[in-house]
Design a protein around this ligand. Structure first.
Ligand code: GLY
Length: 389
């Protein structure tokens, strides 16, 4: 039965030429509610870098942290529609603070793509700002410089670790950073950036994707010879397990790489990983943080994996011969997040039950900024947004 909220949504959609189907009304409702919460959050935090919600409020991180692009990315997503100049201004202030990080190569990791696609590239694409183009190309150069030619991989992190030599470590999440390199090649006409992205993606196909299309989080190579040494559990449960968010990074990342290159192997990988993700999820909306975690470690869930996968499925749907199926599944997941996993109206954050790092017991079952970003991005795509990555 239609509620008053549904009737308001129909009126709104008629005015703006959006779908008025009964079954799609939730999309508009979810977008309007989320957009309202983003404006409220912005009123409180302005230009900063919120990361996870504790006791109903977002806590901020430093601009060095890999998640620093998601909040300005949210401001761009919401601001492009609401036209609120204050959102654009705060996103711009965040971008200027992020530029300072680029001045020290030892402060930057492979996450430059996450950070700069959602800030500099977004600003350049939306408003043609030349400073944003310059900063984003600098970030792309720093990302390309992380390429290890012997092993054909992009180095993930700089930090020293007692457990492994991080000079030789690559991680599945980096698939989401490759679009910065593809963008840089398109923008400059110089193919080197795309060459590096493709070499890295081929290494991922070879060493990260298992038969059956589960993926590992971390692979260690000999940094001198490039020989593959071993996989590690990383943020997953163990070697051989299937970290849920890593699965969704891989799904989404390969769908994007296919969109840029048209390489059939990337499409096949994206479809295989999507089928693995959906089969592992079954009737659920939000998975346990690792599909293969065993008791007593199944108490933490990860809604960010669902949000990232849903937006990735919408990307995949553009290219796959089974596009209708992937689009329906994306819609089912986003609807499920909206109906069953929305954060309370009087608390910050959009989607509850995300998990940052279970093995280190960091931020379990809380709203996280990248879960919120990809939830909004998925909704925006259902409303016709073509995506930024
Ligand atoms: N890129 C790190 C994570 O997904 O937690």
């Amino acid at each position: 039965m239609r509620t008053n909220k549904d009737n308001d949504a129909v009126k709104h959609n008629l005015v703006f030429g959006l779908p008025t189907n009964e079954s799609d009304l939730w999309i508009e409702q979810a977008w309007q509610e989320s957009s309202h919460k983003v404006h409220q959050l912005h009123q409180r935090v302005g230009a900063s870098f919120p990361h996870v919600v504790q006791d109903g409020m977002y806590q901020s991180e430093s601009p060095q942290w890999w998640t620093a692009g998601f909040y300005p990315g949210i401001l761009h997503l919401v601001g492009r529609e609401s036209g609120d100049p204050e959102l654009r201004q705060s996103a711009n202030e965040c971008e200027i603070r992020l530029e300072q990080v680029l001045g020290d190569p030892e402060q930057v990791d492979h996450d430059l793509g996450f950070i700069w696609l959602l800030t500099g590239v977004a600003t350049y694409k939306q408003y043609g700002e030349q400073d944003s183009r310059r900063r984003s190309l600098l970030a792309a150069n720093l990302l390309a410089a992380r390429y290890n030619e012997s092993g054909a991989f992009i180095r993930a992190w700089n930090f020293e670790s007692a457990h492994m030599d991080t000079r030789g470590v690559a991680i599945i999440d980096c698939m989401m950073n490759l679009p910065l390199l593809y963008w840089a090649s398109e923008e400059t006409g110089d193919p080197r950036f795309a060459h590096i992205a493709n070499r890295h993606a081929h290494t991922v196909l070879k060493h990260f994707i298992r038969s059956g299309y589960s993926v590992c989080h971390t692979v260690e190579f000999d940094p001198e010879t490039g020989e593959m040494l071993t996989e590690h559990g990383g943020q997953g449960f163990a070697k051989g397990s299937a970290w849920a968010r890593g699965t969704s990074w891989a799904l989404h990342g390969f769908a994007l790489a296919y969109g840029y290159t048209g390489h059939a192997a990337y499409l096949q990988a994206a479809e295989g990983i999507a089928d693995f993700f959906l089969a592992s999820l079954g009737e659920e909306i939000v998975p346990v943080w690792d599909f293969r975690a065993t008791e007593p470690h199944r108490g933490a869930k990860d809604s960010s994996a669902t949000a990232i996968a849903a937006s990735g499925l919408l990307e995949l749907a553009k290219h796959s011969s089974r596009g209708d199926f992937y689009r329906q599944e994306a819609s089912r997941l986003l609807h499920g997040l909206h109906v069953h996993f929305s954060a309370p109206a009087d608390e910050e954050g959009l989607v509850i039950l995300g998990t940052v790092h279970y093995p280190e017991r960091r931020s379990l079952n809380v709203p996280i900024i990248y879960g919120d970003y990809f939830f909004l991005e998925g909704l925006a795509k259902l409303r016709g947004y073509s995506g930024l990555f």
